[in-house]
Design a protein around this ligand. Structure first.
Ligand code: SF4
Length: 281
């Protein structure tokens, strides 16, 4: 079966994930035990490579100095850095600058408004970090992920609003509007990641203009990959795959145009492999 494959200009790692991985790789190459507080990248093979070199995943800080501790691109709350300092641990901070921007706005609004709404998923490590930065200023913090969550918020005289970096911008704006309706004085700071927004726009544009079926490549545990797949699914049949082995011929008909895009934590070579698998169907 022959299909036409269309790939937008931007796929593969974003600069935040690329730089975080590079710093992690350099730390691992220096030798010694290296612990990552969570997944440094949502891709099994990229992770396996680092693990083969000596990286281990940990869910909490070690008790005593020795290992280097990697804070992932998603960042961490301030109390984690304070505790690591107290224990004398070496911390390698790979927080993406755009996540740090969310943290700074949360901290600032925590001081100014006293109540901060974080639009995002409460179980996501970035959100847990951002909540910590707002709370470090004594602020009340509310996490909302949907319009329904926002509608349940109580009335407050003042609120600040920020977004998880990978939250879809259009949904953030809708939710922020509902929050504003339940608040006397509100300051909304759009902290969505422009790289993610650009990918979603690019994918939608290409889907609407030139594609019959979409294939989104990325980890199922990656928030921005999930959001990208959800966005694509609003306009075209969409399949989320983690690797080329998951591509199925029954998804396509002869002559169809297949659009391939990826989350920001997907290595380019995985996208290349998926593209090749679609081409040989
Ligand atoms: S998606 Fe955006 S915020 Fe997340 S790591 Fe990449 S550049 Fe940073």
């Amino acid at each position: 079966m022959s299909v036409q494959v269309i790939r937008p200009r931007h796929t593969g790692f974003c600069f935040g994930v690329r730089d975080a991985l590079e710093l992690t790789r350099r730390t691992v190459e220096e030798g010694g035990e290296v612990l990552a507080l969570g997944q440094v990248v949502h891709n099994a093979r990229a992770l396996e490579e680092l693990e083969a070199q000596g990286l281990h995943e940990a869910s909490a800080l070690p008790e005593a100095p020795g290992p280097s501790v990697v804070v992932t691109a998603h960042g961490a709350p301030p109390e984690l850095f304070a505790e690591a300092d107290r224990r004398g641990l070496k911390v390698v901070d790979t927080t993406c600058p755009l996540v740090r921007r969310v943290q700074h706005h949360a901290e600032d609004l925590g001081q100014l408004a006293g109540t901060v709404v974080v639009v995002g998923h409460s179980e996501h490590s970035e959100v847990r970090g951002v909540v910590g930065w707002a709370a470090s200023q004594g602020a009340e913090v509310e996490v909302v992920a949907s319009l329904e969550d926002a509608e349940r918020l109580p009335w407050r005289a003042r609120r600040g609003v920020v977004s998880q970096s990978t939250f879809p911008q259009s949904r953030f704006r809708e939710i922020a509007e509902v929050v504003a309706g339940r608040t006397g004085e509100v300051e909304v700071r759009d902290t969505t990641c422009p790289v993610v927004t650009q990918r979603q726009r690019e994918a939608l544009r290409s889907l609407l203009d030139e594609v019959d079926v979409a294939v989104v490549v990325g980890g199922r545990g990656s928030a921005n990959t999930q959001a990208l797949a959800e966005t694509c699914a609003t306009v075209r049949p969409t399949h989320l795959v983690e690797s080329a082995a998951e591509v199925r011929p029954e998804w396509f008909s002869p002559g169809q145009r297949v659009g391939i895009t990826s989350g920001t934590s997907t290595p380019s070579w995985v996208v290349d492999e998926v593209e090749a698998a679609c081409r040989v169907l």
